[in-house]
Design a protein around this ligand. Sequence first.
Ligand code: ZN
Length: 244
Amino acid sequence: MATRLLYLNDSYLKEFEAKVESVGGNAVILDQTGFHPLTGGVGCDLGWLIKGNIRFRVGRVEIDRATKVVSHVLEAEPTGLNAGDLVNCVIDWDRRYCLMRLHTAAHLIAAIMYRDYNALITGGQVDVDQAKLDFNLPRTDREVFEDAVRKANEEAAKRVELKVYFLSREEALKVPGVVKLAERMPPEERELRLVEIPGIDLQADGGPHVNNTGEIGEIQLLKIENKGKNQRRIYFGMRHANSC
Ligand SMILES: [Zn+2]
């Protein structure tokens, strides 16, 4: 049975209770989870599953795309943990918050690159200390990316409140601006989770984001790479970050 994904409704959930559905080797499946798996170009959460006074360290979280079952892969075999147990689950919040800030920053940069340079995003990965984004862009000028990061910082400083909401496929197909996203979604998905940064960006997106762009902090361009014909990759991170 698919795992209930608590993070879809609350990116700020740091602790939750869950029931162990099964244990196989180091992998634990719960009935529900707030742990974001490695998916959608965003790194996975780490943290702990706690039973009584025993803490099991979560070293990796994966989702099976077909079954939507999330596996919490522990660093050591969980002796004493069995199906039916109730566990208290704690997410490594410093790490998660960095991922949320960088992920939201990635939305701003990608939206500005498209709006001002007609550059389409072709890939990307948000990790805890830095993020990378690939763009289809014939120019290699460093100024283009410096401009995009500067504008993203200006947008972040406006402290825009993000909106996260769900629409059925039928509803989504009626809303201008959402139609394209709805058409792209796989037919078995009945509901679309939309993440909107009003005035800037609208995406169908299952990942965790900050509530307000003011939480992002100052984005810093780290590196630009030429990845072949029209393919440019940028790396960015946070300036003066405490833990990112
Ligand atoms: Zn996103």
